[in-house]
Ligand binder design. Structure first.
Ligand code: NCD
Length: 317
């Protein structure tokens, strides 16, 4: 896996370990530049002549459509394969053959897969860049980057914050990627999960060896008052072997307006979405709920990433 090392051009985006804080600064500056232009109503053409293939082996609303919107906002074309059952995958085509085919048409391939490690398999087969849009319970680097971008915009800084992750920390790939990024910024992390959905011990160990302060608990209220960023996640139903196992932990943590009264006035509530029942809709009108701003930030962040990977960043509109 190639480090970004200040230059995104032509590189696969597979995992958060490819990034330094300098690489992230470059990406966020490009996202801000694109945001300003789109907000001013400018029509952007920097990706004109470029084609993006969206290859999704798992359901998606935000990730898939934000890549489509990002490409189209910048004048690029898109090949959307959002239901592989209607593609040759259903005839038994393997992933390397599918990506080797799509790269004949497209300049970059966005891949979501249900199995951890498949983004790497695709990258090994393809000459064109692969962007990992979530691989099983593995990583989801573009979500983590947009989450970090949201924290920076909403809190004004990342350093010294206390971030509390709650929900399915075992299978939640957005959490796995985000903590790896946060570990570069000197934050304090609380993990709140039922015993069976705790953060993978191997990952906790890896982050501890990088100096990240981590605290595990099953009691949300014990850490709520000191939390700056509350990152809520869905229990990942599709990763359980049986419905019974899922039902045993579903609804373990539900954030309500009443619980929010005991949180700091400046705390923000994030969620990668989709939400099931872990945030009561009554919380949505609370100004501290920023999950729909996260969605908006995802558009600018992914537009910036496409521009950088395709060597079109900073281009004149
Ligand atoms: C997440 C995902 O797919 O990992 N959603 C997303 O990309 N915004 C979280 C989830 O599915 O729970």
């Amino acid at each position: 896996m190639q480090a970004i090392n200040g230059d995104y051009t032509g590189k696969d985006i597979l995992a958060t370990s490819q990034f330094t804080t300098h690489d992230i600064d470059i990406l966020f500056a490009e996202a801000n530049r694109i945001r300003t232009k789109i907000e001013r109503g400018e029509v952007l053409t920097s990706l004109q002549g470029q084609i993006i293939a969206n290859l999704f082996y798992e359901p998606s609303t935000r990730t898939a459509s934000s890549f489509v919107a990002a490409a189209q906002r910048l004048g690029g074309g898109i090949i959307p394969i959002s239901d592989v059952h209607y593609s040759s995958v259903s005839k038994g085509e393997n992933l390397p053959d599918t990506v080797r085919t799509l790269e004949q048409y497209a300049d970059v391939i966005i891949l979501r897969h249900s199995e951890q490690g498949q983004a790497g398999v695709a990258a090994a087969a393809a000459k064109k860049p692969i962007i990992n849009a979530g691989d099983g319970a593995g990583e989801h680097p573009t979500q983590a980057l947009l989450d970090l971008y949201t924290i920076l915009r909403e809190c004004g800084r990342v350093h010294d914050l206390t971030v509390t992750m709650v929900g399915d920390l075992k299978y939640g790939r957005t959490v796995h990627s985000l903590v790896r990024l946060l570990a570069m910024y000197g934050v304090k992390i609380n993990y709140v999960a039922p015993d069976s959905l705790r953060m993978p011990p191997q990952l906790v160990y890896e982050l501890a060896s990088r100096g990240l302060q981590q605290h595990e608990t099953t009691d949300l209220e014990s850490v709520l008052a000191d939390t700056d960023v509350l990152y809520v996640t869905r229990v990942q139903k599709e990763r359980f072997k049986s419905e019974k196992e899922y039902l045993a932990v579903k609804g373990s943590y539900i954030l309500t307006p009443e619980i929010m009264t005991r949180a700091s006035r400046s705390m923000i509530v994030m969620h990668p979405l989709p939400r099931v029942d872990e945030i009561d809709p009554g919380v949505d009108s609370d100004p501290r709920a920023v999950y729909f701003w996260q969605v908006e930030n995802g558009l600018y962040l992914r537009a910036a990433l496409l521009s950088l990977v395709l060597g079109k960043a900073g281009a004149r509109a």
